[in-house]
Design a protein. Structure first.
Length: 173
């Protein structure tokens, strides 16, 4: 069976984890039915089916949420770096220009030799800020888009699994 192959491989993909979590719950529920004296006769088949369906949907939702949280861990850092690095670079630019003006005032000389070090420092700070921000924003957008697509696939898988389960339970399997 497919379930046993996936379980044996110990796959780490969120879809595999959702599938095995749901199937584990299914088999736990089936084994508990056998342990209850009289099987499912104490409840109507519809009551048990609804209960089982809800448990499976909840198990898949919990697994999906855990996996999405695990995958989203580094996005906060990328977003922070991408949005704050230009401002840190701008701060460095301001400090560099202030230093250039201070040097001009201190030497009372406006030659390039006096102004150049402060301006170079300012431009270097700007470059570093952009060097950090641009890749961080690109990476954030790429990973965020991929995670949104994965979340959609996980939601679709959960709904499709629920539909298949409903059909099986309606058949009485």
């Amino acid at each position: 069976r497919y379930y046993e192959r996936v379980k044996k491989r110990k796959a780490k993909h969120p879809l595999s984890l959702m599938f095995t979590a749901a199937m584990d719950e299914w088999f736990r529920s089936k084994s508990q039915e056998r342990l209850v004296p009289g099987g499912s006769s104490s409840k109507g088949a519809g009551e048990l089916s609804i209960s089982l369906k809800e448990r499976l949907v909840q198990m898949m939702a919990v697994t999906r949420n855990r996996e999405m949280e695990r995958l989203e861990r580094g996005l906060g850092f990328l977003g922070t770096a991408g949005s704050s690095a230009p401002f840190i670079g701008l701060l460095g630019t301001c400090i560099g220009i202030i230093n250039a003006f201070t040097n001009i005032a201190g030497s009372q000389n406006t030659s390039l030799a006096v102004v150049a070090p402060g301006i170079a420092e300012a431009l270097f700070a700007t470059a570093i800020g952009l060097f950090v921000a641009i890749p961080a924003v690109i990476a954030f957008n790429k990973f965020n888009g991929e995670l949104n697509r994965l979340a959609g696939k996980l939601e679709d898988f959960s709904m499709e699994f629920h539909l298949l389960l409903s059909r099986q339970l309606d058949k009485g399997h």
